[in-house]
Design a protein around this ligand. Structure first.
Ligand SMILES: C[S@@+](CC[C@H](N)C(=O)[O-])C[C@H]1O[C@@H](n2cnc3c(N)ncnc32)[C@H](O)[C@@H]1O
Length: 734
């Protein structure tokens, strides 16, 4: 493991700027019920843990496995966590019965890959894609960064190519797992993490080391990727088939039981794929899990069977008992295990090892995305990364570093960098987020359960009354602007509002309604509510956030459609309102960041998107006009350019948001002209109601310059937030 030198000061921003909106707590908070019986209040401890994330003292190691769903009393003594193997595994390792520690490189990466033109980012429920354009949307996902700087020049060019590309939303199920699982990272903390980053070498890198060692020992141990099994993901979209990305793999499974000779390689893989099709005929994506499991098995030095099986595959948790307890999963797992067994020609009586490998992939694999949010495959990293548990108020985040060395047949696969986003005290558990954190508690719980089979008991989930941020993610406002969470009585009305919006989003995504109808439907509910109710969704309501993403996209599509009708004025107006929604979303997300810092990751993307769409608008605006415009903001530039400045990031962010506030005051009524819903708010930063519809501003040269200035500030702000989360090296926006 290599420590990335990061000197960037991070500060806890919890006390930062924006006032917290008042909210009337309601004891009957409306939430979607957890899939687990509510009486099971505790998270699931593992047998070597006293509670999730708190390993037992070594002296108290026990091999007894507790029921995964038993309630847990948290009166455990303080223990020090470490990344060492759980005690149970230590003893097994020592007596030689353990599956070896997966050759240190456990990573099974789906690359090397090459990117094609399209870019997309994901949100939990859908993904926005832009073909050939710099226009991709921010998303709720918290883990989608790679380093453009590290990408080869050609890919960089492709990624950066911009211009009037087409944009489409396509439905996306997070995780793309074999069983609809999202796969993402990993777990347990360790020593003082401080405020730096740790780089976890990718599997293949370590595999190479291992391979070299084995070679020296006279063994054929080169671990590689699939052989020419390039994958092209195509998804139907509003604009027809869109080629999302190509994942071309090279290399071979030379350590498979019958090493395919170069002449038999293609035959071998033809057979694997033919077999795979029979196992998982319905979805291509599911084959990725099986291939990953094959690679995982292949990268593992199996000695004799391990007593830790099937609960751990090496040191990776499998959740085997939980997954196999559900017949809808177990059938598929067994089929896949038999298939793998036949491919590997393991010839054993049981397929327990194969099942464990599949379950380890489902539990530990992460979707690797490049900087633009394009999924390039999945990877299973080693225990240092994979042992990191989840928290809904995570104190760390991760990104992938994709370097030229990650690619090609000699590629090492992407590295994963884990970086703290909050101050972490010595002994405190390091956590990352596995899911979209901009969801209220009930939804997060059901997400975690369906994807990872556990009930989160983090501070945010356990808070009673609910954390402020969860109240506003489910908040509504009454017509007299009082903010409240909903009780059972109003729950039905709120349910109808959110269902109506969700339906419109779904219909839009599946091309069942056109963008104009989609805008009308969503804005109708946001503005007028439903039936005769006086309730409206709070601007930070989680469904409203999805609505803004959709509206921004739908208006953009309307703009593109209008262009083809040579109605340039209308095209501009649609583009303008789309940009206004992007800016509004960024402003709203900023309120959320001020209450929960782990949202900074999503907010950075929203600000980026806002800056990009405003920049595009300004360019359209200024097209054809002569003259030079000085759009530098001296206050911000001095702050940002002076890296030696002792000013903290908090101060810089405050300064920029102040400028955004000032500039958006000038432009807001212009940007929102023709959009009664957005006109209700004083500005994207000041979400209080104007109580009236603003006077629409006409465009003027000053305003055009203001929009350019605003876009500059949004991008600067996004840059700083990105720094905050991912460190200097990850600059995405500059
Ligand atoms: C990537 S693994 C994390 C490492 C795992 N805890 C271990 O012992 O190896 C993901 C699994 O860990 C467990 N897990 C992660 N975060 C958790 C949490 N906050 N509470 C309970 N279980 C958690 C769940 O079983 C989840 O499927």
């Amino acid at each position: 493991m290599e420590a990335e030198k990061e000197v960037e000061q991070q500060e806890n921003l919890t006390a930062m700027k924006l006032p917290v909106l008042p909210i009337k707590p309601n004891s009957h908070s409306h939430s979607i019920s957890s899939p687990i019986h509510s009486s099971i209040a505790a998270s699931v401890p593992f047998s070597w843990e006293e509670q999730p994330g708190k390993p037992k003292q070594h002296s108290s190691s026990s091999s007894s496995s507790s029921s995964p769903l038993t309630s847990y009393s948290s009166s455990s003594p303080k223990t020090h966590k470490s990344l060492e193997l759980p005690p149970r595994l230590h003893s097994l390792e020592n007596d030689g019965r353990l599956l070896t520690k997966l050759n240190s490189p456990i990573t099974v990466f789906d690359g090397p890959y090459s990117m094609t033109r399209s870019r997309r980012l994901d949100s939990p429920s859908f993904r926005m894609m832009v073909k050939g354009s710099g226009d991709c949307y921010g998303s709720f996902r918290s883990d989608m960064y790679g380093d453009l700087d590290d990408v080869d020049e050609e890919t960089k060019q492709e990624n950066m190519s911009s211009g009037g590309g087409s944009l489409a939303l396509v439905k996306k199920r997070r995780g793309l797992g074999f069983f609809g699982f999202s796969r993402r990272r990993a777990l347990k903390r360790k020593t003082e993490f401080g405020r730096g980053s740790y780089v976890f070498p990718s599997s293949v890198e370590r595999e190479s080391e291992c391979g070299r060692k084995k070679e020296e020992e006279g063994e054929d141990k080169s671990i590689g990727y699939g052989d020419g099994d390039g994958i092209t993901c195509s998804q139907s979209s509003r604009f027809g088939e869109v080629n999302i990305s190509n994942i071309s793999r090279t290399g071979s499974f030379s350590t498979l039981p019958t090493p395919p000779s170069s002449s038999s390689k293609s035959h071998f893989w033809t057979n694997v794929y033919a077999g795979l099709k029979q196992v998982v005929p319905w979805k291509n994506k599911k084959t990725t899990d099986i291939l990953a499991s094959l690679r995982l098995l292949n990268s593992t030095t199996t000695t004799t069977s391990s007593a830790s099986l099937p609960h751990r595959f090496g040191d990776l948790l499998t959740n085997h008992h939980l997954l196999m307890a559900d017949s809808s999963f177990s059938v598929a797992i067994r089929r896949a295990a038999s298939f793998i067994s036949s491919v590997m020609r393991s010839g054993g009586n049981t397929t327990v090892l194969e099942e464990a490998a599949i379950c380890a992939v489902l539990t530990n694999a992460v979707e690797v995305q490049d900087r633009a949010g394009v999924a390039i495959g999945i990877a299973v990293y080693g225990s240092r990364f994979s042992w990191i548990n989840h928290s809904c108020s995570a104190n760390a985040c991760y990104r992938f570093v994709i370097s030229p060395h990650s690619q090609g047949s000699e590629g090492n696969g992407p590295k994963v960098v884990v970086r703290s986003i909050k101050r972490i005290k010595s002994g405190e558990e390091i956590t990352v987020s596995y899911i979209d954190l901009l969801q209220p508690t009930g939804l997060r719980q059901s997400d975690l359960w369906s994807k990872y089979r556990f009930i989160c008991n983090c501070g945010r989930c356990a808070a009673s009354p609910p954390a402020y941020v969860d109240s506003i993610l489910e908040g509504v406002v009454t017509l007299d602007h009082e903010i409240t969470t909903v009780g059972h009585h109003d729950g039905a009305t709120v349910g109808k509002m959110t269902n109506h919006i969700r339906e419109a989003i779904d219909d839009f995504l599946s091309d069942d309604i056109n963008p104009e109808t989609c805008c009308e439907k969503i804005e109708g509910v946001l503005l007028h509510g439903i039936l005769d109710s006086s309730l409206r969704l709070h601007p930070s309501h989680h469904v409203a956030l999805h609505a803004y993403i959709t509206l921004s996209s739908a208006y953009r599509i309307r703009s593109i459609d209008s262009k083809t009708e040579t109605d340039l004025g209308r095209a501009f107006d649609m583009s303008r309102i789309g940009a206004a929604y992007s800016l509004f979303l960024a402003g709203v997300s900023d309120h959320l960041v001020s209450t929960e810092l782990s949202f900074a990751i999503s907010a950075a993307k929203f600000w980026t998107r806002a800056g990009e769409s405003l920049l595009e608008l300004a360019c359209k605006f200024l097209m054809g006009s002569s003259g030079e415009y000085d759009v530098k903001c001296r206050k911000c530039l001095i702050l940002v350019e002076n890296h030696d400045s002792h000013r903290g990031i908090k101060e810089k962010l405050n300064q920029i948001i102040k400028c955004v506030t000032d500039t958006s005051q000038v432009t807001w009524s212009f940007l929102t002209r023709g959009c009664p819903y957005l006109q209700k708010f004083k500005s994207p930063i000041d979400l209080s109601s104007t109580g009236r519809q603003c006077k629409s501003e006409e465009s003027s040269v000053d305003q055009r310059v203001s929009i350019l200035l605003l876009s500059f500030h949004c991008l600067l702000y996004a840059d700083l937030l990105t720094d905050l989360c991912y460190g200097h090296k990850s600059h995405a926006v500059s």
